[in-house]
Design a protein around this ligand. Structure first.
Ligand code: ACO
Length: 328
């Protein structure tokens, strides 16, 4: 019988420090009103000293394991979707594996920016379905505030830090779990969002690297246009492949980048407001953390009930985009 990858439990972690729009008004020429009107964001969380992506990931992972009542030794795999790992190497997943004591697990990172959780969930699902692993920890986590130019008003208002983690296990197919995934990419748009310094193109050891950008760069309106199309395309494609229509979706959990992007995707799909989960006002864009953090909050608010069809969708630097259909 076919194995399904089923989410057993979710955990999350955000830093305690809150950065409000009013705080940003003191740093750059902006206003609470402008930020809310253009993005829907009111505040975001920001790492304090010593808080790294692995620190948030470990907290989220421990919470997910506790809710799943699973010991870390039962995990066969740790996957972390992140583009803000603690170091270029080793992978953040290895730091998480050690931090939680997943002594029997393999570990690797997936670099798919804001679609990092969607990509990671897809990889872990395939490995469960083909019998390679039984239990996997899938984390989406980013700490982009470490890489922001606090004088650039077009980017510093958007991002926050956060992590979410799920325990995913193989079960006999009973019609629930990760039902389908769509992954898409277009590297010809790689120049629209990047962080140049520190890779092999601009290693810190090379004097030439002085010209490299040291903070996140984003061409906001190009990314905006791409995002609106990408969200619609991934959702239509995954529903089409599953032989379903938007009216079959019980809860839409999109990447929380910008309320206007979420609203336009929901409108294109004809989804009513109560079917769309939004928490961008509290956290801003937490990149890989965004979707698992939203799933965590949706479950805790009672908006995710067993049997519901959940559609996630995300997009980000790469460019990459994708979607998951999950029967809760
Ligand atoms: N406060 C006040 N004014 C601002 C601010 C600000 N914080 N930022 C920009 N402006 C100004 C601009 O300078 C511009 O002024 P001008 O007309 O005098 O030149 C004006 O506002 C309009 O700027 P736009 O960039 O056209 O504003 P827009 O409505 O497009 O909103 C935004 C900008 C919010 C960045 C939008 O483009 C966006 O959300 N883009 C997508 C970002 C995204 O989702 N990224 C996700 C991927 S990130 C990842 O993968 C890591």
């Amino acid at each position: 019988m076919k194995k399904r990858a089923v989410i057993q439990a979710i955990g999350h972690s955000v830093p305690d420090k809150v950065l409000t729009n009013h705080d940003l008004e003191k740093l750059v020429d902006t206003s609470d009103e402008w930020i809310i009107q253009r993005t829907g964001i009111s505040e975001r969380r920001m790492c304090g000293p010593g808080e790294t992506t692995s620190v948030l990931s470990i907290r989220a992972a421990k919470e997910a394991l506790a809710h799943a009542k699973m010991s870390p030794a039962e995990l066969d795999l740790v996957v972390v979707g992140t583009v803000t790992g603690d170091m270029l190497f080793p992978s953040t997943s290895c730091l998480v594996q050690a931090g939680i004591g997943a002594v029997n697990a393999g570990a690797f990172d997936v670099g798919a920016a804001c679609a990092g959780f969607i990509y990671s969930l897809s990889v872990a699902t395939a490995m469960i379905e083909n019998g390679q692993v039984k239990n996997a920890l899938v984390v989406g986590a980013d700490t982009l505030t470490h890489f922001i130019d606090w004088t650039d008003r077009s980017t510093c208002i958007l991002f926050g830090d956060g992590a979410g983690a799920v325990v995913l296990s193989g079960e006999e197919d009973q019609g629930r779990g990760i039902m389908r995934t769509v992954l898409l990419a277009d590297g010809t748009g790689s120049q629209y969002i990047d962080l140049e310094i520190g890779g092999s193109r601009y290693p810190t050891t090379n004097p030439e690297s002085a010209k490299a950008r040291k903070c996140i760069y984003m061409a906001g309106s190009e990314v905006y246009r791409f995002a609106v199309n990408a969200m619609g395309e991934a959702c239509c494609r995954i529903l089409d492949e599953a032989g379903l229509s938007p009216k079959d979706v019980d809860l839409f959990v999109p990447h929380q980048a910008n309320l206007r992007i979420i609203d336009s995707a929901a409108k294109r799909l004809g989804l009513s407001e109560e079917k769309v989960f939004v928490n961008v006002h509290k956290y801003g864009n937490t990149s890989g953390g965004s979707i698992p953090l939203a799933l965590y909050e949706a479950e805790h608010e009672g908006r995710l009930q067993p049997g519901m069809l959940v559609m996630t969708v995300g997009f980000g630097a790469g460019l990459v985009w994708g979607a998951n259909l999950i029967r809760w």
